[in-house]
Ligand binder design. Sequence first.
Ligand SMILES: C[S@@+](CC[C@H](N)C(=O)[O-])C[C@H]1O[C@@H](n2cnc3c(N)ncnc32)[C@H](O)[C@@H]1O
Length: 449
Amino acid sequence: MIQMSAPKRTNVQMLLFDDEQNSSQFDENITSSSTFINNMSLPIHRWFRYSAGFSAQWVEDTIRGTISSKSSSLLNEEKFVVLDPFVGSGTTLLATEQVGVNGVGFESHPLISRIASAKLLWNTDVGSFIDYANGILSFAKSHTKKLSQYPVIIQRCYDSDNLTMIDMLKYALSENANDSNEYHLSWLAFLSILRSTSHAGTAQWQYVLPNKSKTRVLSVYDAYKAQVELMCADMLEFASTASSIHSHLIQHDARRDFFDLENSVDMIITSPPYANNYDYADATRLEMCVLGEINGWGDLQQAVRPSLIRSCSQHVSKEKNQTFDFLSDPLLEPIRDEIFSVCTQLDEEKDSHGGKKNYHTMIALYFLDLAKVWINLRKMCKPNSDICFVIGDSAPYGIYVPVDEWLGKLALAAGFNSYHFEKTRDRNIKWKNRKHRVPLKEGQLWIRG
Ligand SMILES: C[S@@+](CC[C@H](N)C(=O)[O-])C[C@H]1O[C@@H](n2cnc3c(N)ncnc32)[C@H](O)[C@@H]1O
């Protein structure tokens, strides 16, 4: 394997997923060293707390480092294209706007994609946004209507005053809906206060059953007003340092072809879902139930999961009997013997666990999905592009899955030239309640070619 010389980088640590609420955690608990926390002090980034995000400052430094490591005679920064095929909350795209390169991204989760798209509207005129957002609030306050029907879980998350205000703001937004930037920003202001105004013990990101009570919560109207004010201040602050180049987000499944970008990407910075059973669909259950897009957990399978990488066992239960058929797919040829052995062990191990989770199916389909992603990325990348995947390995039921190595091999099979993993931290070493003793790591998988 050719070792590539990576540009100078600062440390990046992604928040690990606390899957305790799904009772499916097998990696480790959330660590306080997540650089997502840093994003919460940055304008625009902090509009929606996305615990799966990585550090915006690190992304900016990494893009700048990569550009400066390339021969300047070959490089026109304004034509430099950075792709993030798993945009999440939009960290990479916002970073490209600060650096002054072209950013383009895919996100397939419908709600997350809508949130990130709204964040990218930060350059809307602040005065017209505040007028529109205040108009929504006045409309909500000056109208009355019968409370809409909400699923029981939502009724348990809010007291009746706050649920009434949520319902009225939602009504005001739907009555004034249009495709203006101001409307989308006001929608995001509403969406971003749903956690802070719930008295239930909903975590900032992960959906949690409302069995813990907060002693004090904000009134929905006050929280909305404060959020709009924060957004206005952030829009001005971000504009003071941003370039004039705007990025583009497409709601798109990274496993599918995207012909418009063929041979046009210089660099990829991304973090795909980890193979660690974190349920991205369930993570937005609270918001989607309030919006009326789903009525409960059961609706997620159709409403969200079909477009997501299969990285959690809930996603794959229907396919469990075909696991070993999937493993014979030619796309898995580069890792066939190893993945076959791991999936066989996982299949056997599940019978000695109460939950009998289909991790063997999850692992097979996760790598099949990522193999498809690499093939598409190869078509979109120019020769000699730099690709950085922030990734962690995994050990369901304590059986080790060398995620970085397998992803590297799949990337080579898709036509890239080299891979190299740089560890940024160890995982699963400190927590007393960890479920297994397998040492894990997290870091940057660098691919070139
Ligand atoms: C680790 S998060 C990315 C977080 C991002 N780096 C940030 O800072 O916000 C992975 C994202 O991939 C998205 N995703 C999952 N499957 C996808 C697919 N097939 N195509 C595009 N996006 C997908 C998830 O919804 C999730 O938002």
